[in-house]
Design a protein around this ligand. Structure first.
Ligand code: IMP
Ligand code: MG
Length: 327
């Protein structure tokens, strides 16, 4: 078994979906597993020129790779069928490829109603927090309890350890390390863990771990109730040029310069060995480059790249990437 993990190093929306989609092109993976979160996630993927936003379904379905909604996830069944229909209409063979871990938890109507009333965190109102609360309070409903889901159900242990083939797994993370309930800006966090440990918790042997792809944008964004964006026209420009609106809720994402302190912590704690900076084109158009903690403004992209390389390249391979498609 080999496992590669894709995680967000910021507050979500780093471009994990696009990186996962890109990595799957190698053809080497037998499985693609979403390991945390629910339909609070929005992964924007460009497939054969079409822009597609997925919420629960792993990007493996685009490549006929067995795609599992893992045991660490929570799932809204109505939304799942909407997403299956959307992908099927786009010509993607979801039915042959999608599997759901029998021990993933279900987001119920009550969870949705409760989350709809959230006024303090700025959640996506997708029922995520209440569903995880009930999971850990040991009163949740699991996918394996739902008869309609039977055609999709899979036992993770059978699937990953007792199959005929050697498994090569790509784990598709949702949200980002600074939304993690333990390590993020509590209480302005999500309700599932977002790092490498959360991926492994889906029944993955730690010894199979090969690459940890840490995904960042070249600047920060955050959606939610806390104040994140400093005063300044440059941040408004980043928001506008970067089209920083939530893929799930359409809310404006607040923007800031790249937070080096937080990025380094996420990088170290998750053992990242492949580091991607997305959306380089946005700051090219904005024409300014900066970081905070420590605060520094650069005169050119060249200087910013040199700085980031000096910090990270002794420990990881670094990639600078442009939107919309992974380059
Ligand atoms: P929840 O996960 O819907 O409970 O929302 C909790 C916090 O995490 C809010 O600030 C959300 O905006 C944020 N959040 C949850 N999922 C995502 C995501 O996929 N991208 C960005 N922010 C997210
Ligand atoms: Mg997103």
């Amino acid at each position: 078994m080999i496992t590669d993990i894709v995680i967000g190093l910021q507050h979500g929306d780093e471009g994990k979906g696009k990186v996962t989609h890109h990595l799957l092109k190698s053809g080497e993976y037998t499985h693609c597993i979403r390991f945390n979160g629910g339909q609070n996630a929005g992964h924007t993927i460009y497939h054969n020129g079409d822009r597609i936003v997925t919420h629960a379904i792993p990007a493996g379905v685009f490549f006929n790779v067995k795609s599992i909604i893992g045991s660490g996830c929570v799932l809204n069944i109505d939304k799942l069928y909407d997403e299956i229909d959307m992908l099927t209409s786009a010509g993607v063979d979801v039915y042959s490829n999608l599997k759901i871990a029998a021990n993933a938890h279900i987001i119920t109507e009550e969870h949705l109603n409760e989350d709809a009333k959230d006024n303090s965190i700025g959640t996506t109102k997708s029922g995520n927090g209440p569903a995880y609360r009930d999971k850990y309070a040991r009163r949740g409903v699991r996918a394996g309890d739902i008869g309609d889901l039977r055609p999709f159900l899979v036992d993770m242990v059978e699937e990953l350890y007792y199959g005929d083939e050697k498994t090569a797994i790509l784990m598709e993370g949702a949200q980002g390390f600074w939304l993690d309930p333990d390590w993020g800006d509590y209480p302005y966090v999500t309700s599932s863990h977002c790092g490498v440990a959360a991926a492994l918790q889906n029944g993955i042997s730690p010894r199979s771990l090969r690459n940890v792809w840490g995904i960042a944008k070249i600047y920060e964004t955050y959606v939610g109730k806390r104040t994140f964006q400093p005063e300044g026209e440059v941040f408004e420009n980043i928001q506008r040029i970067g089209k920083e609106f939530g893929a799930t809720t359409g809310r404006v994402r607040q923007c800031n310069w790249l937070n080096m302190k937080q990025l380094l912590q996420a990088f170290v704690m998750n053992g990242v060995n492949k580091l991607i900076f997305n959306k380089m084109d946005v700051l090219q158009e904005v024409g300014e480059w900066g970081v905070i903690h420590p605060d520094q403004i650069f005169n050119s992209e060249e200087q910013m790249r040199e700085y980031l390389e000096s910090v990270f390249s002794p420990h990881a391979e670094i990639f600078f990437s442009f939107s919309p498609e992974f380059v």
